[in-house]
Design a protein around this ligand. Structure first.
Ligand code: SF4
Ligand code: SF4
Length: 373
């Protein structure tokens, strides 16, 4: 099982799509769900409790999460010293990566670092100076011997040109990534749809950009024999090549859970405080026996469910966007599938010729990349 471990609810940034939206959405109705707003700022259930919990699952994978997890470097060290985990991963804004000793950093299997693209765009969403500091830290961890997977994790909304920004992350001279994941800021907040331009942008700019990116992705396979881990494209291509039917691809609520700061277990980090979905407490729950949750309508009636997987359990339950508004998000899913499917004959031909191998499309699932943006 995979577990996101929320070490702290505090963050050292105030990003537009997170902190900014919280201010605008304050006091919104939450679909009749009972929400606990007063969770402890730091994990309060004790190290031994966590060690005993993870000890019951030989395949336990822990992903440090927040807030910003590197505000808790002492706790991270203690956990990495004492808790048995098959892998340790972390999702971070990258600003404090220099605060953890390299012998711990080098033990991470995967680091997902929040960057939205180039310097101008990252700083626009995340605050001036963010990009430069994060890139300096990334250069430092590589110099210090980090060899795990480094994934640029973008949050995407109307100011983003997806083609330009993803290709920039892969090809710029500052710092190049081979792994990129992006997530749409869509369906998370209750009142943002009406003040935004999501539908027009997603149809006119985002989806055509994804189709162009899929072509670029396969061009790179052709020219360089390299399959960049562009997770939304990679995950779909992997399923289409192996004819796999997918469940919710982030794993939220069925193979990937989250431990809140108070020790309650929830389906995914975004569902913090939703008491109706508390699935047990880390003190006495069995990690292998947790209740499984799956998306309901409209996903269960959808003709692309087996490829999409349902996109987001949180959105499916909380219905922050009305059905007709959320349809614009589903349209992006259809366009993404179409973009990959269009390139599939070229991919198959490259595999047949031995330019790339089907193995290159494999990846560690539930690593924090939700696949469907
Ligand atoms: S496209 Fe939309 S309705 Fe269909 S499965 Fe995905 S999220 Fe659900
Ligand atoms: S896609 Fe939705 S359910 Fe999955 S982790 Fe993200 S917010 Fe949670």
């Amino acid at each position: 099982m995979f577990f996101h471990l929320v070490l702290t609810t505090e963050c050292n940034l105030q990003c537009k799509y997170c902190f900014g939206e919280t201010l605008d959405d304050f006091d919104e109705d939450f679909s009749g769900l009972e929400i606990e707003y007063s969770l402890p700022k730091k994990a309060n259930y004790g190290l031994k409790v966590l060690a005993d919990f993870c000890g019951k699952d030989p395949n336990c994978v822990l992903t440090f999460y927040g807030g910003e997890p590197f505000l808790c470097t002492d706790e991270i060290k203690k956990i990495m010293d004492l808790v048995k985990s098959k892998h340790f991963m972390v999702q971070t804004n990258g600003l404090l990566l220099d605060k953890l000793d390299s012998n711990y950093v080098n033990r991470f299997h995967t680091i997902l670092v929040s960057l939205d693209g180039d310097e101008a765009l990252t700083d626009f969403y995340r605050g001036n100076g963010t990009f430069r500091k994060v890139v300096e830290n990334l250069k430092m961890i590589i110099r210090n011997g980090f060899e795990g997977e480094l994934i640029a994790r973008m949050t995407v909304m109307e100011q983003t040109d997806i083609y330009k920004q993803v290709t920039w992350l892969l090809e710029n001279s500052e710092f190049t990534f081979r792994s990129v994941h992006w997530q749409l800021n869509a369906g998370f907040w209750g009142s943002d749809y009406l003040r935004r331009d999501f539908k027009r942008w997603s149809e006119m700019i985002y989806s055509p950009g994804v189709a162009r990116l899929a072509r670029f992705w396969v061009d790179q396979m052709e020219k360089k024999g390299v399959v960049y881990k562009l997770y939304p494209l990679l995950g779909i291509a992997n399923s289409l090549l192996s004819r796999e039917k997918s469940l919710l691809r982030c794993g939220g609520g069925w193979v990937n859970y989250t431990i809140q700061t108070d020790g309650n277990i929830i389906p995914c980090p975004t569902m913090w405080g939703i008491k109706d979905y508390y699935l047990g407490h880390v003190r006495d729950a069995n990690p292998l026996g947790l209740r499984k949750l799956f998306v309901k309508r409209p996903c269960t009636d959808c003709d692309v469910l087996e490829v999409c997987g349902g996109r987001c359990l949180y959105a499916n339950i909380t219905r922050r966007w009305k059905d007709e508004q959320y349809a614009a998000v589903c349209n992006t899913v259809r366009e993404l599938i179409k973009a990959v499917d269009t390139e599939l004959p070229r991919i198959k031909s490259l595999i047949k010729k031995g330019v790339v191998s089907q193995k290159n499309f494999e990846f560690i699932k539930y690593n924090g990349c939700e696949i469907i943006p």
